[in-house]
Design a protein around this ligand. Structure first.
Ligand code: KET
Length: 453
């Protein structure tokens, strides 16, 4: 007799977990649609003379990247894309940092360079320098060799590899993520095999942090649960805890043995200072405890399309760190084998040269300052129009985004009548705005909130 075969592959389990998660997602109905259309396997197509894929249903666009797709199709000359978090200059153009161009030129001129595969863990220099950037040059964890860092495919890839590792090797599969959070978080984490739960983060009434709710929810999390924390410039709300609040969060998490997983996609974009923005992470590392950090160079070095990022595990001992690294290789190798060379070479060139590093910090600060000035200009424009409501959150929130408080209907109105594109939750990318477009945006907001209450 043939043995009974049970079809419970890791992929099946992940899909089941993902569908289960998305079905009771409290925040976004569009996620459920995603799950129907992109993730659940379609019924097998019978051969019908057309295509074996005839039963594949049309998937909806991504809630963030799909905004750019819609924007690109709009022929209007006044259109404005405030959807994706991508920096634009005052002229509305994408920016390649001078220091990045300089590093690329140096790489091109270096005749000794070859195009061999990198190791599975990526470029060694890049990894060391990335750990130094986030944990600090004098970090005791780095000095003790307790940090395992691997180069990954930008922030998203770092989150995915970290989550896959945790699903395989960590005793708790539950990860708590803020409500709301970056729309891709629940998808990346669930498909990696973790089970997502939310902790309260944002209070729509105050347009600030729901600190009490956060403490209550983490306080009732099962011991050992993983907690995703935005290192700075929380996306989409632009609301961060103060350092004192971070300290309280740390104490609570340590007392319950909760494992911090930092997503650091905006280091330098919140305050303009790389060190200041890394303080929350360094606070957690300073007590000798363990944590994970996913870093992205998409925004702070403008390397969006190069897909360059790093995942670090801060461990108790060097021995543990080395074993963690050995297992990370087993996660990475069947996923994409090894990471790309070019972007990491640019980053390493800049981080290891004093002058270039300094030049980078100046360019980064200029980007952060331009965003802050956009906040002020938009706020002033709404004030001068007498737009109903309190708009002070525009200048209080930090980082790339303003969580405006505009509802979906108002967003749809602004897109239809003013050709202004943004995500349906009312998030606008301040980095996509410029002085010339401020009056247009302020007119649109003014009309949207006056007409649609
Ligand atoms: N984490 C957060 C919090 C985040 O906002 C992004 C990107 C990422 C990670 C991933 O970035 P990567 O390019 O993989 O390094 N957010 C912007 C772009 C996107 O959605 O992909 C955004 O929210 O517009």
């Amino acid at each position: 007799m043939r043995p009974q075969i049970t079809y419970s592959s890791p992929t099946d389990r992940r899909l089941t977990a993902l569908v289960r998660h998305l079905a009771d997602d409290p925040f976004s109905a569009s996620l459920q649609m995603d799950s129907q259309n992109t993730i659940s396997p379609s019924p097998t197509a019978a051969f019908n003379g057309d295509s074996v894929f005839a039963n594949v249903v049309q998937a909806p666009e991504d809630p963030i990247l799909g905004v750019t797709v819609a924007y690109n199709k709009d022929p209007s000359p006044v259109k404005l894309n405030l959807g994706v978090g991508a920096y634009r200059t005052e002229e509305g153009k994408p920016l390649v940092l001078n220091v990045v161009s300089r590093a690329e030129q140096m790489l091109v001129n270096d005749q000794s360079r070859v195009k061999e595969y990198l190791p599975i863990t990526g470029l060694a220099d890049f990894n060391k320098l990335s750990a130094k950037l986030i944990f600090g040059a004098d970090s005791p964890a780095i000095q003790d060799n307790r940090v395992a860092t691997v180069q990954c495919l930008s922030g998203t890839g770092s989150l995915r590899v970290g989550a896959e590792f945790l699903a395989r090797h960590y005793h708790q599969r539950t990860i708590y993520i803020p409500l709301p959070t970056w729309g891709n978080h629940p998808k990346v984490l669930t498909i990696a095999g973790l089970s997502v739960k939310y902790y309260r983060y944002y209070d729509p009434a105050t347009r600030g942090l729901n600190f009490q709710g956060l403490l209550e929810d983490l306080g009732s999390a099962p011991s050992g649960a993983i907690v995703l924390l935005h290192a700075c410039a929380h996306n989409p709300t632009g609301v961060d805890p103060t350092l004192e609040q971070w300290d309280q969060i740390k104490q609570l998490m340590r007392s319950k043995g909760l494992l911090p997983f930092f997503d650091s996609a905006y280091q330098g974009f919140a305050s303009g200072s790389l060190d200041a923005d890394a303080q929350p992470v360094r606070l957690f590392v300073a007590d000798g405890g363990e944590c994970l950090a996913a870093q992205s160079y998409a925004k702070n070095m403008g390397l969006y399309g190069e897909r360059v990022g790093a995942l670090s595990f801060v461990c108790r001992t060097a021995d543990v760190a080395s074993r963690v690294e050995s297992q990370l290789k087993l996660v990475i190798r069947p996923m994409y084998s090894n990471p790309p060379l070019h972007g990491a070479s640019i980053v390493a060139t800049i981080l290891k040269d004093r002058d270039m590093f300094h030049e980078w910090t100046i360019e980064l600060k200029a980007m952060a300052d331009r965003i802050i000035s956009m906040r002020q200009q938009l706020f002033d424009a709404l004030q001068s129009r007498g737009t109903p409501g309190d708009w002070s959150h525009i200048i209080k929130q930090i980082g790339m985004f303003t969580f405006t408080g505009l509802n979906t209907e108002q967003v749809v109105f602004m897109t239809k009548e003013y050709h202004i594109y943004m995500t349906s939750d009312g998030r606008i990318s301040m980095a996509g705005l410029n002085s010339k477009k401020v009056p247009h945006l302020a007119d649109a907001i003014h009309e949207a909130v006056t007409r649609i209450v």
